[in-house]
Design a protein around this ligand. Structure first.
Ligand code: NAD
Length: 371
């Protein structure tokens, strides 16, 4: 079906093309069964782009990403690129994409599936029904602040500096994303910092509080929490959280911590969002949290569900197709409830399937749900 919804697929390296293959089948299914068409383009990123073009991201691929409604990325990297110069390494392609698209809000859901509760290290009653969204600031903070680097003081002492820095706008725009998303969920935001010991923490808390009070977000419940306490609360009673918004450094750690509450790397999607432009469009990149898994690449063994759930996030956040996103999530849940598992999720009594078999089981479940 002709469409004005443009989707750029960047499968990348390792298992990237294998998991992206299942998205192509999903896109076809949506065209046939839901009358939702996408204008799909495809390009190279990472090691495959370096092999062909001598750069991990060509200008043409970047242009395509800048103009697409949503970019889907598989994974980049592999041991064969370990000795390549830093600016040509596969990861540099992904970093350039994130930077040029100015993707300042990184969304990392932590959702548990009942059928996989055994995979969580938490007690089932703590992990069951978990649905948290961590919104991490991605383009500022201590990973980018200046000055940074090594210095030698006059007395010869070596010193190394990183700088935590945030502007009001940088905090406000990511907090606004968190408030907006909370409204579509359980209407609660926890803002996380270290206001007890960091100046930027005090500033973060004040800025979020001001935006909440004066930016028209008073209908959303807002609580503040120190980052160290948040880490403890995540493993103690994670269900107290709905949306968590935090800076780049704390977000890096807390999102990995929350991810592991759910058990498996092959199940974790993510989204990175930019600002809304004058046409109402938001640049957006969707990718599984896992890497290119060179140890299982080319064997049709990868779990495609993290990529599938990333596509569901694209449907929800870039195309306003929340019902279709829910349908895909439900289909994934049903498939897992039937005991269908890729190798990474295998447990006693389950049926082991390949990547493409998992994709087929998902489509079969979608057919049944959409009937
Ligand atoms: P990885 O996520 O690729 O793999 C870690 C382990 O998890 C491996 O044993 C792998 O087989 C398994 N795994 C990962 N995804 C899986 C899936 N969908 N199904 C089944 N099993 C899965 O991390 P790594 O081994 O540390 O890194 C491998 C390469 O990926 C490196 O080059 C690294 O730089 C790159 N990487 C890329 C990204 C990205 O593209 N965003 C993220 C992380 C790592």
């Amino acid at each position: 079906m002709p469409s004005n919804k443009t989707l750029l697929m960047l499968p990348g390296d390792g298992i990237g093309p294998e998991v992206m293959g299942e998205i192509r089948r999903l896109v076809d299914w949506m065209d046939r069964r839901r009358a939702v068409g996408f204008d799909v383009k495809e390009d190279l990123v990472g090691g495959v782009s370096y092999d062909k073009h001598g750069t991990p991201l060509t200008d043409a691929a970047l242009d395509a990403a800048m103009t697409a409604d949503a970019v889907l990325l598989g994974a980049v990297g592999g041991p064969q690129y370990d000795d390549v110069a830093r600016q040509h390494r596969p990861e540099a392609g992904l970093l350039t994409l994130r930077k040029e698209m100015d993707l300042f809000a990184n969304l990392r859901p932590a959702i548990t599936f009942d059928a996989l509760l055994d995979a969580s290290t938490l007690k089932p009653e703590v992990a069951q029904g978990l649905d948290i969204l961590i919104v991490r600031e991605l383009t500022a903070g201590v990973y980018f602040g200046e000055p940074r680097g090594m210095q030698t003081l006059e007395d010869g002492t070596e010193r190394c500096i990183d700088t935590q820095s945030y502007t009001r706008d940088e905090v406000e725009r990511v907090a606004a994303v968190a408030f907006d998303l909370a409204r579509e969920r359980n209407n609660k935001v926890h803002s996380i910092e270290k206001a007890n010991v960091m100046e930027t923490g005090v500033f973060w808390r004040k800025t979020v509080t001001d935006l909440h009070a004066r930016g028209g977000y008073q209908d959303v419940a807002l609580e503040h929490m120190y980052a160290d306490n948040c880490a403890m609360q995540l493993v103690r009673w994670p269900k107290q959280f709905d949306v968590i918004v935090t800076d780049n450094l704390f977000g890096d750690m807390l999102s990995d911590c929350a991810a592991m509450l759910t058990g498996s790397l092959g199940m974790l999607p993510s989204a990175s969002l930019g600002a809304v432009d004058e046409t109402g469009r938001r640049k957006a990149l969707y990718e599984p949290v896992h890497g290119s898994a060179p140890d299982i690449a080319g064997r049709n063994a990868a779990n495609p569900l993290a990529m599938v759930l990333s596509f569901a996030m694209a449907l929800r956040y870039s195309f306003g197709l929340g019902d279709d996103a829910d349908l895909i999530k439900q289909a994934a849940q049903n498939v897992l409830n039937r005991g269908v598992r890729t190798a990474d999720l295998m447990s006693e009594g389950a049926t082991q399937v390949s990547t493409t078999e998992m994709g087929a089981a998902l489509l079969q479940e979608l057919d049944a749900l959409a009937a």
